[in-house]
Design a protein around this ligand. Structure first.
Ligand code: NAD
Ligand code: ZN
Length: 354
């Protein structure tokens, strides 16, 4: 069976596109309505916050980024909007990195679907369309701008709300918004994209659709991280989008499975967690890991060591279980007989190498 998948219907791209945000929103504004701007805390009190085209009734939510989104944070954000107004907002505008974009998606879904966001972690559990939602990425690499999921950590699991309704209605890709990202964060999030491509292209689920996007994205990543190209922000933004499109029709692999274990148990953030995991995966992705190391050297990146001595046996078991529960990722990476190839002991050895 082939997947019949939706994509973001409206996209604007270009330096300074942010200036057209209000024109885009104007079409959605109702007479007494309001918009909710969901802003990454990195921009609190900074130029971007001051430039937001906020009108009198509009609401601003600052998204905390110390932890990746938890279902309880989303439920709190939604509660605050409901307290602010008895009517639904005309739109949610997310501006920030993956945490903020995923939070904007989840908020827009939870305004129209009852209960807690934890009830919807899974596939196609959402029944009601979301409030209109827009993304303006200010960090590039995750592909969260184009994906049909928003990854949340709930009381029982780290799993996204996967649905066609999760997709943004509008993207505004303005490379100017990437200015000021700290170098290490730029690298880690950019590598998330590079790794998406390697895992997609080298997986068993690869097909011409995913290959077309993945190869182009990989080429752009090489220009950004190994070359010295002008327009590298433009290139990275498109690499992120294309990488997201590639995995949308294939799957990620071992590195993402391991990074989920790191993140769920130790709270290590996605980009850096992927780098830490990928760094020990020569045996699975030899060429990709060699090139990744070349990129690290070029940008003087030294990865922190996961102090496995401080990980209890119970935590290690939970990390292994979390990792191995990601069945489609392992099927993509190692094929149908993945369980024989990746016993618990091998996952443990990989964690111990990090
Ligand atoms: P992030 O959202 O974790 O942000 C990293 C840091 O950069 C934060 O401190 C943030 O405040 C800051 N930041 C953001 N923009 C900035 C800017 N312009 N200048 C300075 N600082 C800035 O980073 P990320 O790597 O983009 O996102 C990771 C998150 O994305 C994770 O929660 C992960 O689960 C999620 N993710 C989602 C998908 C998806 O398909 N939905 C895919 C991959 C990752
Ligand atoms: Zn990723």
């Amino acid at each position: 069976m082939y997947r019949n998948f939706s994509i973001v219907p409206k996209i604007m791209f270009g330096r300074g596109a942010f200036n057209q945000l209000e024109d885009v929103l104007a079409e959605k504004r109702s007479e007494d309505g309001f918009m909710v701007f969901v802003l990454d805390e990195a921009h609190k009190g900074k130029t971007l916050e001051k430039r937001l085209p906020m009108q009198e009734k509009d609401m601003l939510i600052i998204i905390r980024t110390d932890h990746e989104p938890k279902t309880e944070y989303i439920d709190d954000y939604v509660r605050s909007i409901k307290e602010y107004s008895s009517t639904l907002p005309d739109g949610i505008i997310g501006l920030g990195g993956g945490i903020t974009m995923d939070s904007a998606k989840a908020i827009s879904l939870m305004l129209t679907n009852p209960g807690s966001s934890a009830d919807y972690q899974g596939w196609d559990l959402i029944h009601n369309p979301a409030v209109y939602h827009v993304a303006l990425p200010t960090l590039a690499g995750t592909g969260a701008e184009i994906s049909r999921t928003c990854i949340l950590t709930g009381p029982e699991k780290k799993l996204g709300i996967n649905s066609d309704y999760t997709l943004f209605d509008q993207l505004i890709l303005d490379p100017e918004l990437l200015a000021g990202v700290p170098r290490e964060q730029w690298f880690y999030t950019g590598m998330d994209c590079y790794i998406h491509n390697v895992e997609s292209l080298e997986g068993h689920f690869i097909n011409s659709f995913s290959k077309a996007y993945g190869e182009k994205s990989l080429e752009l990543c090489r220009e950004v991280f190994l070359g010295d190209h002008p327009e590298s922000d433009e290139k990275l933004m498109m690499a992120s989008y294309f990488g997201g499109m590639s995995i949308a029709y294939s799957q990620v692999g071992a590195c993402h499975a391991l990074s989920y274990g790191l993140s769920y148990v130790l709270g290590i953030h996605h980009g850096i967690g992927c780098c830490i995991a990928f760094n020990v995966l020569e045996e699975i992705y030899p060429a990709g890991v060699a090139e990744f190391k070349e990129m690290m050297t070029k940008h003087n990146i030294v990865l922190p060591k996961v102090v496995t001595d401080e990980v209890s046996e119970e935590q290690m078991e939970l990390m292994i279980t979390t990792t191995l529960n990601l069945v489609p990722l392992w099927e993509n990476c190692l094929g149908a007989d993945w369980q024989e190839k990746m016993p618990r002991s091998r996952v443990r050895d990989l964690f111990l190498k990090m």
